[in-house]
Design a protein around this ligand. Sequence first.
Ligand SMILES: C[S@@+](CC[C@H](N)C(=O)[O-])C[C@H]1O[C@@H](n2cnc3c(N)ncnc32)[C@H](O)[C@@H]1O
Length: 127
Amino acid sequence: MREGKFSNVYCVDKSKASLEKILNETKHVDLKSITLIESDGCNIDWKLVKGTVVIAGVGGNTVLKVVQSCPEAYRACITWVLNPFTSVEKFLKEIVQLMPNRNIEMFEAKEKGRLRLIFRILPIVRS
Ligand SMILES: C[S@@+](CC[C@H](N)C(=O)[O-])C[C@H]1O[C@@H](n2cnc3c(N)ncnc32)[C@H](O)[C@@H]1O
């Protein structure tokens, strides 16, 4: 987001304080628009979602709950999971069941001196 690769960004968080922090941190980022949505990630109306969905900064259990809340027909938009900081093993075991037709790539990145795991979930390309 900081690199300005996404012009219209929608941030969903159930905490108003967290949304205000995001707004503050993105003040100097070149975005066409940022929309803050105060909601549980499990209550998203997935029919209305377009573009790339990034699930960031929640534990593995919450990632799984958010993915489960998305009807299977709409799950293709869920592409990145950033740093599920708890229940990573459970996340890895169950995400492949929730998205059986996807490839999961894992990357490691250091942010603020700490190792973070990043997952990219892509469609399986058959040759
Ligand atoms: C550790 S903070 C991370 C904040 C920020 N997303 C980041 O990546 O830097 C976890 C955030 O996840 C939010 N959160 C936890 N469970 C959630 C859920 N089910 N739906 C929406 N937000 C949730 C909390 O309100 C909190 O703001």
